[in-house]
Design a protein around this ligand. Sequence first.
Ligand SMILES: Cc1ncc(COP(=O)(O)O)c(C=O)c1O
Ligand code: FES
Length: 495
Amino acid sequence: MFKGLSFVSRRVPVLGSVGYARNGTTLANAAVQRRMYASAKVALAEDLTLETHTDNQTAAIEQANERGAMANPEVMDSGMQSLQHAYRESGDYGTRPIYLDMQATTPTDPRVLDTMLKFYTGLYGNPHSNTHSYGWETNKEIEKARNYVAQVIKADPKEIIFTSGATESNNMALKGVSRFYKKTRNHIITTRTEHKCVLEAARAMKNEGYEITFLNVDPQGLVNLQELEAAMRPETCLVSIMAVNNEIGVMQPLKEIGELCRKRKIFFHTDAAQAYGKIPIDVNEMKIDLLSISSHKIYGPKGIGAMYVRRKPRVRLDPLISGGGQERGLRSGTLAPPLVAGFGEAARLMMKEYGNDSAHIRRLSDKLMNGLLSIDHTILNGSADHRYPGCVNISFAYVEGESLLMALRDIALSSGSACTSASLEPSYVLHALGKDDALAHSSIRFGVGRFTTEEEIDYVIKAIRERVDFLRELSPLWEMVKEGIDLNSIEWSGH
Ligand SMILES: Cc1ncc(COP(=O)(O)O)c(C=O)c1O
Ligand code: FES
């Protein structure tokens, strides 16, 4: 019924030491391994009488030898096999599909991984140790990363707090700010189309006695500024409105929202997980007071993100985590230097590649969108004008979204956030736009990114067209539509 899986090239940079290939290991993999063996051999050959633990790899090999590793091939091999998974792209699921789920996560840029590696070997000092060079050298790298992360949004590095990701940052903003100002301000404003972590954090604050306004959005997915202003009260402590929506790519008017908030002396938080580095953001010009960032949406490692917290006028917040007082007392706990450095490099690359990425993503997304919208009875969900181009959400009428996804196993896609959870409810974001269940259930989200190729897009357009046609042929509703029957005129009998 369907064409077999096709092999299409990926657009990936290959570096000196780290590279990606579509399937299996790469030459670069072998090169890295060779380099590791070579350095281990040199280290072993050197005089080991010097009493130092500086070279932990040498010490580890030496200890392994002492403990009889030579007699145990498994232990002896373990050093050599340590990179066996490092460049594996194919899993246990056969040929891997084309990846178009960039809003869920992005592939790690090889340059990011290259930056991270040295923190797993030589640079292992605790960045908070300030009594010796191990701490200082790692700390220097942390501050370099902080600087890159800040530059993307024109912030001061002192205003960047590292967290585990945007979920934590969003929780920190909603819970931290409102708890700090609890005595005088107990009202939070947000919208119905926020990410689950903002909605749930807001609900948690409701249970703590705060009042929450969930603003509606218009059919384009945009907040209405008059409604926002009308919802503001003297006791409002925070307005939290996302920058780019993760399901439909709609961009909210950040500058206008920031101005309204500043005028009323209310803090403005934006969840920029899908926007950071992808659309221009200037925290001062847009009067943003808090902003959440996620590294794995910008080709960086997972498990790390940041929160921008304005210093002037100063935003105060209660920390979620208590402890040693790291990160200006707002986020205790030892930082993860490999992740921080990888995140920093990812941020640097977002700036360096901004022109190329934007042009590439816009060109491929436009091609994809035009190709798909030329199929009959399809609709683009969300505003056509105020959108981040790399997220395209389309409903295919008279086709069940789930069936379409099943028929598209050679393409990794999502049908909105509801389907990523086990629930079979249609997307609450599309509902907030006023879409009916049927259209919400037939929606698919396509994410285009830095490494997507034109060949992949051509393949996807063709595959979707074929499979939508095929599924519609099976649908009795489609039969009626073709006969010119107005489905709205039918009175369906209950059963
Ligand atoms: C808009 C938005 N906010 C928050 C998050 C959560 O980010 P993280 O995975 O870094 O916790 C995501 C990612 O799914 C997102 O798209
Ligand atoms: S089951 Fe697919 S959109 Fe809900």
